[in-house]
Ligand binder design. Structure first.
Ligand SMILES: [Zn+2]
Ligand SMILES: [Zn+2]
Length: 175
């Protein structure tokens, strides 16, 4: 990455705001949100954003730009944070891919902990049943609990079918 030459560009006039120099920020929080944050080199530039922003009550807040050193450190930390979170994401998707692959290969079983904890029941039908049977609503957590129970029942039945030397799970495998 090339070294930054300045801290930010002025939102209005696009002139660079240098490191360790004074600049202005709008007092309204929506003008300072992360990626959309606005920076102004002079009061005139801050004034210029007012007609469009239509703030009810706003003033310009004097700020001091960080030094080049501090700025670089901040950026580095941000990059490391990003790198960590994208590494976590790719690890998670790699795990799902791996489980998918194994499911596609016949006879290559995935162990239960490799498989995503998916919902195995038709939620709308479950809720309709509970409603019709009792008038009760069903909370979302119930869906996970039942899916886990179904996984357990299938795991046990799979063992019965395997002991029987079969490749097909059958109703009689569920005791
Ligand atoms: Zn400006
Ligand atoms: Zn503003």
């Amino acid at each position: 990455m090339s070294e930054a030459e300045y801290f930010r560009l002025c939102t209005t006039c696009k002139r660079p705001i240098g490191f360790a120099t004074d600049y202005l920020q709008c007092s309204v929080s929506t003008c300072n949100r992360n990626k959309l944050a606005q920076f102004f080199c002079t009061l005139a530039c801050w004034d210029a954003h007012l007609p469009e922003a239509r703030h009810r009550d706003a003033w310009a807040e004097p700020m001091k730009a960080p030094t080049r050193e501090a700025f670089r450190r901040e950026q580095q930390e941000e990059q490391e944070r990003d790198a960590r979170s994208s590494a976590r994401e790719s690890r998670e998707s790699a795990m799902t891919d791996e489980a998918d692959k194994r499911r596609r290969i016949v006879g290559a079983p995935a162990s239960p902990q490799d498989l995503p904890e998916e919902v195995l029941i038709v939620v709308s039908k479950l809720k309709a049943y509970v409603k019709a049977r009792s008038g009760m609503n069903t909370s979302d957590g119930v869906v996970d609990v039942l899916s886990t129970k179904i996984r357990r029942l299938c795991d046990a039945a799979i063992e019965v079918a395997q002991a029987d030397g079969r490749k097909t799970l059958m109703d009689r495998d569920f005791k």
